[in-house]
Design a protein around this ligand. Structure first.
Ligand code: FAD
Length: 399
C-alpha cells in the first residue's frame, strides 16, 4: 500500500525533532506531530543547558555514540548558524572509587580519551569555587561542556522544515495503530487521522501512555533545576573560568552544575542528579517549595560555598527512567516492520540527541544501524526487573 507520507514522528522534543530532521534530510516525506509548541518547557528538553561529556561513567558503550554526537552538534551549528555547544571543560568529582570518578576513568582509558586526574588541592587551586574534601579527587575532561537544549530543538525543527518536513504543533496524538499485515500505521490526533509507511515514537515522559505495549516499567520523575545568584557575583563562574561538574557524595548521591551562562543577572544553575519523586506529566506539580530550594542550597554550601546566595528561580523537568537507566532505542518488538521507538532516556539523553536522530532515521528506513545500540534493546533482561530506585511522595528518593 502506498501512503501519502513515508514516516510519521510522534513527539518533537529533543529526540523527535532530531529524527524528523535526519529523515527529511534523506529526502523522505515526514509528518511530525507535537502536542505543545516548538522547544516548549513542559517535557524534558528545556532549562537553558545540558551537560555533555565523553568519559562516560554510565558505561563505556556510550562513547562511540558521544563522539558522533559531538560531530553532529558541530554540524548543526554550521548548518543553522546557531550557537549550541560550549566545551568549557568539566570535572567529575568524588572519591576515587565513586561511579563518577572510577566510571569516567574506565571510559577514558578504554577509549583513549584525553583527561587529567586532579587531587583535591589541585581542584581547589584550578577551580576555587569548588571545595572538595581531602579524600576526594576529580577527573577533568577538556572536551566536556554544555549544549543549549532549546536552541538544539529549534535548529532541528528549522532544518526539518527546510528539508520539506510537515511539522504540526499543538496537535496531540490520541492513539496510533498498525495497519493489517503490518503495512504501515494510522495515527489519530485531536484534529485528524494520518497514515504512513512507518512510525517513529519519541514520547519523552508520555512513554507510559504512548508505548504501554513495550511492557517497560518506566519511572517518570519530577526533577528540579535551581538558579542561584552567587554571593560574590558571577565573575568567578563564567565559562572561561568555570567547568561543568558532577559531584558524587560518599553515599552515591550526585549533584551537578554549570558555569554562569545567562549573563550577570541570570543566575547559575545547579541540581541534584537523581533525587526525584514519581510524577505524571499531566499532573506534575510545577511549583517548587521553599523547603526544596533550601535543601539544594544547604547541599551546595559545603561544596560550592559561593553559589547559594539568593535563589533566582527553580524550574521542574521530567526524567523517564528505565530500571537499568539505559535507553530504549530500537524497532518496536511487537511491530518490527512498522514502528521504531526512542524512550527511557533516564535523565542523561540530551547529549545524544543528534546521534539518536541519525539512528532513528537508520532504523526507520533500513531496520538497522551501524551505530552500537545493543545496550538499548527493549527486550533486555534488566528491563523486567523492578526499579533500583523507589521514590516516596515527599520527594525523597531512597535506594
Ligand atoms: C532537569 C533535567 C536535567 C537534565 N540534564 C541533562 C544533561 O545535563 N545532559 C543530558 O545529556 N541529559 C540531561 N537530561 C535528560 C535529557 O534532557 C532527556 O533525556 C531528553 O531531553 C529527552 O528527550 P525526549 O525527546 O525523549 O523528551 P522530550 O524532549 O520531552 O520530547 C517528548 C515530546 O513528545 C511530546 N508528546 C508526548 N506525548 C505526545 C502526544 N500524545 N502527541 C504529540 N506529542 C506528544 C511531548 O510534548 C514532548 O515534546 C536532563 C533532563 C532533565 C529533566
Amino acid at each position: 500500500m502506498s501512503h501519502p507520507r513515508d514516516v510519521i514522528v510522534i513527539g518533537l522534543g529533543g529526540m523527535g525533532s532530531a529524527a524528523a530532521c535526519h529523515l527529511a534530510a534523506r529526502g523522505h516525506r515526514v509528518l511530525g506531530l507535537e502536542r505543545f509548541g516548538p522547544a516548549h518547557n513542559r517535557g524534558s528538553s528545556h532549562g537553558g543547558s545540558r551537560m555533555i561529556r565523553q568519559s562516560y561513567f554510565e558505561d563505556p558503550g556510550y562513547v562511540p555514540l558521544l563522539l558522533r554526537s559531538y560531530d553532529l552538534f558541530a554540524k548543526l551549528e554550521r548548518d543553522t548558524g546557531r550557537s549550541i555547544a560550549n566545551l568549557c571543560g568539566g570535572v567529575m568529582v568524588g572519591r576515587q572509587d565513586s561511579q563518577a570518578v572510577a566510571g569516567s576513568l574506565r571510559s577514558a582509558r578504554q577509549w583513549d580519551l584525553s583527561h587529567e586526574m586532579l587531587d583535591a588541592a589541585e581542584v581547589r587551586r584550578r577551580f576555587p569555587t569548588l571545595t572538595p574534601a581531602d579524600d576526594e579527587v576529580a577527573l577533568y575532561e577538556e572536551r566536556a561542556g554544555f549544549v543549549r537544549p532549546e536552541a538544539t530543538v529549534t535548529a532541528h525543527v528549522q532544518l526539518a522544515q527546510r528539508a520539506g518536513a510537515e511539522l504540526r504543533f499543538e496537535e496531540p496524538v490520541t492513539r496510533w495503530e498498525v495497519l493489517p499485515g503490518g503495512r504501515g500505521v494510522r495515527v489519530h490526533t485531536s484534529d485528524d487521522v494520518y497514515t504512513a509507511g512507518h512510525l517513529v515514537v519519541c514520547p519523552g515522559a508520555w512513554a507510559p501512555r504512548l508505548l504501554a505495549d513495550l511492557g517497560v516499567g518506566f519511572a517518570v520523575e519530577r526533577q528540579v533545576m535551581y538558579w542561584f545568584h552567587p554571593l560574590g557575583g558571577t565573575a568567578a563562574f563564567t565559562p572561561e573560568h568555570h567547568p561543568v561538574y558532577i559531584w558524587e557524595d560518599a553515599d552515591g548521591a550526585q549533584f551537578y552544575g554549570f558555569p554562569a551562562i545567562e549573563g550577570p543577572e541570570g543566575g547559575v544553575k545547579a541540581a541534584f542528579f537523581r533525587k526525584g519523586s514519581l510524577c505524571d506529566p499531566e499532573t506534575i506539580d510545577r511549583t517548587v517549595s521553599e523547603a526544596e530550594a533550601a535543601a539544594m542550597a544547604a547541599h551546595l554550601r559545603t561544596r560550592v560555598p559561593e553559589l547559594p546566595g539568593r535563589l533566582r528561580k527553580a524550574v521542574t523537568c521530567m526524567y523517564t527512567t528505565t530500571p537499568d537507566e539505559h535507553f530504549v532505542l530500537a524497532r518496536h518488538p511487537e511491530h518490527p516492520d512498522a514502528v521504531t521507538v526512542a524512550c527511557g532516556f533516564s535523565g542523561h539523553g540530551f547529549k545524544f540527541v543528534p546521534v539518536v536522530g541519525e539512528i532513528l532515521a537508520d532504523l526507520a528506513l533500513d531496520g538497522t544501524t551501524e551505530h552500537p545500540i545493543d545496550l538499548f534493546d527493549p527486550l533486555r533482561e534488566p528491563l523486567k526487573a523492578p526499579h533500583r530506585q523507589f521514590a516516596t511522595p515527599e520527594g525523597e528518593t531512597t535506594p
